[in-house]
Write a protein that binds this ligand. Structure first.
Ligand code: 5RP
Length: 291
């Protein structure tokens, strides 16, 4: 007995094909591979990320807390959404079995002993693809001595990234003698986004941070900066996401904490669950006391 002919019904010709949107600000017109990599770094449910920044060695050498990344950072991998590191650390220390998305530092040149804005692109995009990176990051020294070169580094990296679907995170790198205020960060973040970076890492400012996120057409992740007491770091992360940041890329405030594993879990709760800072601090103390 031949099957009844239901073929016509199976095509559901009356229903338009679904057009999936994309959850990240300003990212809906990117190509599939780029979006897929972004969706590994940013959690599609919360739209946010907790990136753990451990790239400091590229200009600072063995920073406090990063002397032995195998011992201090590898145990934190389960608690971050993505790791921001150099390709040297990735190849030498990070287990290749890890399924965490890796965002690779792609600029470098001067050490802390020299003019930091004198950077170059320090990695081929081909190597980022070979390493299965989920993105690359580069400093952008708006207002710095080598401003034009630094911006040109970023635009070349963006062009290389677009060729293979690799998102570029532009990092606002502020010279020591420059004012860190909303006006400066609006300028720097907007330039970075206008010139093609898929997301921007920048510092939190108490006054007017929401104008920095509002005027940046792509996602912003908050940079951590120097080590603060835990309650201040948690408050800063809370304020940043409440004022429009799509997460954090924090280093020293996590790995220089007395209890880094407790701290990263507290930051995770602030970022993904909108946990209030005092509640997150209680969580930190409780996890810390459990060892
Ligand atoms: C500086 C960087 C760093 O290398 C690093 O990622 C900073 O992390 P933190 O300030 O949170 O320790 O991007 O701009």
């Amino acid at each position: 007995m031949p099957e009844a002919d239901t073929e016509g019904a199976r095509y559901q010709a009356d229903k338009p094909q679904t057009a999936p949107g994309f959850f990240l600000k300003g990212s809906h017109q990117l190509d599939w591979g780029m979006k897929n990599r972004l969706a590994r770094v940013f959690n599609p449910q919360s739209g946010r990320t907790v990136m753990l920044a451990v790239d400091h060695g590229y200009f600072q050498g063995p920073t406090t807390g990063l002397e032995r990344i195998d011992l201090s950072i590898v145990p934190l991998l389960p608690n971050c959404d993505a790791l921001f590191c150099t390709r040297g650390i990735l190849r030498s220390v990070i287990p290749a079995e890890s399924q965490k998305p890796m965002v690779l530092r792609a600029s470098g040149g001067p050490s802390i002993l020299k003019e930091l804005s004198d950077e170059q692109i320090a990695m081929d995009m081909e190597d980022a693809v070979r390493l299965n990176a989920a993105g690359v990051g580069i400093q952008v020294f708006v207002g710095g001595e080598f401003e034009t070169r630094s911006i040109h580094n970023m635009t070349r990296l963006v062009d290389a990234g677009l060729r293979c679907g690799m998102p570029v995170m532009g990092v606002t790198a502020v010279g020591t003698n420059m004012v860190r205020d909303a006006r400066y960060f609006r300028l720097a973040c907007r330039i970075i986004a206008e010139l093609g970076a898929q997301y921007v890492k920048t510092y939190y400012v108490d006054d007017g941070f929401e104008t920095v996120t509002a005027s940046c057409p792509v996602p912003i992740v908050m940079a951590g900066g120097k080590k603060l007491p835990e309650i201040e770091a948690l408050t800063m992360a809370y304020n940043a996401v409440q004022q429009g940041a799509s997460g954090v890329d924090m280093g020293r405030n996590i790995f220089q904490s007395d209890a880094p594993k407790a701290m990263i879990q507290a930051v995770h709760a602030v970022v993904h669950q909108n946990m209030k800072p005092q509640h997150a601090l209680d969580m930190f103390h409780s996890l810390k006391s459990q060892g």
